[in-house]
Write a protein that binds this ligand. Structure first.
Ligand code: MSP
Length: 661
């Protein structure tokens, strides 16, 4: 029998700065749902990606002297690294710069134009450059600034294409008010009152003031502006109007689009209107969540965002507590639709209470007792008690409860349901007092029953937790002696799956208890330092200064890690510009080991003759690469400074080949 398809998407992120915990929320949430649905046997398509066009990217790239594509490539890699680190199991990653997407967007735009839904006009209004948004006067903040980033706006006017929204107003109102499309539904009234009732305004869908975008195929001085380019990703990634993929028939309409509230309007009104105009079916659900917020100095909760300089680096947290704990924490704290305040204290207390004391303790106590009283293997003789029936029923009903929460995109509630059963199991230990049973030979059969029931509770709770914490749960299965078959979805509503004579294996502590005071002090210091660095960088960027050095506290390394990098002193014996490149110089080095060629991106800062005869530091064991077709065997050390890149020259008295340590 073929599996039922299930299609879930995150927004596509702007690669305009390093990803932070705020970006992780939607992605981790969608990943958990995707994993859960795969476990249930669905054929899942989980899509994420990056939204790479626009003025802001064009400007940032220019500031750094690179092309927009070169600029986004670096940040897209950072997103992909983070998703790998957070164990995000996306099936497809779309970049709006992918050729197939560009081609499909051009066709979609033309189709909307041919159908009479797009027309040419003129746009004027207050424009915020960093946010790339026009705002009406009533939308500006109390200082007449951008309501999103609170920076000054300027009056702007340009020829533009518009998408007609009014033909769809009635159908969209029905979609929001009478169906289960928008979650939580409470937000529908606000959208209808604010945007539909006053009359849907036509949407500006092209720009002539910048070039970094998808060109309008029939009027090339225009590029497609934001939403037709961005929203189309959900269908182009499946092969709509392109031949790069061929899953459109299978997966469309999407089961769940998940977004934060700032882009709710675009997904609740504009996206359905676009689909209606194209005569395509509408997605089944739009799940809208709030922001991960931070407490400001004034005490209010404000959105965690790069432009406010208050972001928390997921790598810093992951290195300290493990990425599963971070995944759990962010999902457990945020109710669908509401904001959730991030603080080190809340996070550490949550990890301690739910994971160290709750689930982790349940596993370690149970496994330790099975080990202590039965040498790890349970005997088959059992004695039940009426107390067990209620316990078994509670555990067996859990899967149905979690299914419901997942289907309603209520992940916080799903984790709460699981926590309740974990707490119930810990209470069952207190009620049955296995340590007393263990002292009495006559009560061993009762003890075996208690421990078996606990192992079953762990089997079921851990399997249901696995989509949320995919790294840790296989370790739990190892400890409780469960095979992969024991944790299949079909067996999660059933008690008594583990073999009667199951063997446990004591293992590492899954979630070590955190020393709250010590940890908060250390973590606050690190995160405050990082945030100050981020703010300094931001303000330098705003003042138009060269971007300050990326002050990013990378995870600690050991001396052994450092020893893997071989730095040697080398002398430049010849140097020339790489043909057809403004940035690259090709250096011939005497490295004391027979010589080598290195290509370096410093042509804007040095003439070849500035370097010849100088000694510098060479990363000697870097994997060779080809840059613009030229072999590069290593890298020379240079510093990013406010005055540009500066090579780190070495005193002439140090012989070539000397090792730097
Ligand atoms: N590129 C658009 C989306 C286009 S979707 C067709 C965009 N990109 S974004 O990178 O700025 O934001 C992507 C999503 O991340 C948004 O939903 C945004 O609200 C979310 N988040 C960014 N910071 C966040 C928090 N602090 N908390 C929760 N979500 C946050 O918008």
């Amino acid at each position: 029998m073929s599996k039922k398809p299930f299609y879930i998407t995150t927004p596509i992120y702007y690669p305009s700065g390093d990803p932070h915990i705020g970006h992780c929320y939607t992605t981790v949430a969608c990943d958990s749902i995707a994993r859960y649905k795969r476990m249930q046997g669905y054929d899942v398509m989980f899509l994420t990606g990056t939204d790479e066009h626009g003025l802001k990217i064009e400007q940032k790239a220019a500031e750094q002297g690179v092309t927009p594509k070169e600029y986004v490539d670096v940040i897209v890699d950072k997103f992909k690294n983070l998703w790998k680190y957070m164990n995000i199991s996306y099936d497809r990653y779309i970049r709006t710069t992918d050729d197939y997407h560009v081609e499909a967007v051009q066709k979609i735009f033309k189709e909307l134009y041919d159908r009479g839904y797009i027309y040419k006009g003129e746009y004027s209004g207050k424009y915020c450059t960093p946010c790339e948004s026009f705002w009406t006067d009533s939308q500006l903040d109390e200082n007449g600034c951008c309501p999103e980033c609170h920076r000054p706006v300027k009056f702007a006017k340009e020829e533009a294409y518009f998408f007609k929204m009014s033909p769809f107003a009635e159908r969209i109102e029905k979609l929001l008010m009478d169906t289960d499309y928008l979650r939580p539904k409470t937000r529908a009234v606000e959208l209808v009152n604010n945007f539909i009732k006053p009359g849907l305004e036509d949407l500006c869908v092209s720009r002539t003031s910048f070039t970094w975008g998808v060109p309008v195929s029939f009027d090339e001085k225009h590029v497609v502006y934001v939403w037709i380019d961005a929203l189309s990703n959900y269908i182009t990634a499946l092969g709509y109007e392109n031949s790069a993929h061929s899953d459109f028939e299978k997966y469309w309409p999407a089961d769940v689009h998940m977004v934060a509230k700032d882009i709710m309007r675009f997904h609740a009104i504009i996206w359905p209107a676009m689909l209606m105009a194209l005569d395509l079916p509408l997605p089944k659900h739009l799940a809208v969540h709030g922001y991960i917020t931070m407490q400001s100095k004034g005490g209010e909760s404000v959105k965690m965002s790069k432009s406010l300089g208050n972001v928390v680096d997921p790598f810093v947290l992951g290195e300290r507590y493990g990425c599963d704990s971070i995944r759990y924490h962010i999902l457990r704290e945020m109710a669908l639709g509401a904001d959730s305040l991030f603080s080190n204290e809340i996070m550490i207390n949550r990890i301690n209470s739910d994971l160290a004391n709750g689930f982790g303790n349940l596993v370690s106590r149970t496994v330790a007792m099975a080990d202590k009283y039965f040498g790890g293997t349970l005997p088959t003789e059992r004695e039940s008690d009426s107390l067990d029936d209620e316990f078994k029923a509670t555990v067996s009903e859990l899967c149905g409860e979690v299914d419901k929460c997942i289907d309603e995109t209520k992940l916080k509630q799903a984790l709460e349901e699981i926590s309740k059963v974990v707490d119930r199991a810990n209470k069952y230990i207190d009620e049955t007092e296995p340590w007393k049973l263990g002292k009495d030979e006559a009560k061993k059969a009762r003890l075996a029953a208690v421990l078996y029931n606990l192992l079953e509770a762990i089997r079921i709770t851990s399997a249901l937790l696995a989509p949320f914490m995919p790294t840790t749960m296989p370790k739990v299965w190892e400890q409780i002696g469960a095979t992969e078959a024991d944790v299949e979805y079909e067996k999660l509503s059933r008690f008594g799956v583990l073999p009667e004579n199951v063997s446990v294996h004591k293992g590492e502590i899954l979630f070590p208890r955190i020393d709250v005071d010590k940890e908060i002090e250390e973590l606050n210091a690190i995160l405050t330092k990082n945030m100050e660095a981020a703010k300094a960088k931001l303000s330098a960027e705003e003042k138009g200064e060269a971007p300050a050095e990326e002050i990013h506290l990378a995870p600690e390394i050991t001396i052994d890690d450092f020893a893997k990098v071989e730095i040697r002193v080398a002398k430049v014996v010849a140097c020339e510009k790489v043909k057809k490149s403004d940035k690259l110089l090709c250096l011939q080095l005497d490295d004391g080991m027979g010589g080598r060629q290195v290509v370096s991106g410093i042509a804007q800062y040095y003439e070849p003759e500035d370097l010849i005869g100088k000694k510098l530091q060479l990363i000697a064991n870097l994997k060779p690469v080809k840059l613009r077709g030229v072999d590069s065997n290593g890298m020379i050390c240079a510093a990013d400074t406010p005055d540009g890149v500066k090579v780190i020259f070495v005193d002439d008295s140090i012989p070539v080949g000397s090792k730097v340590r």
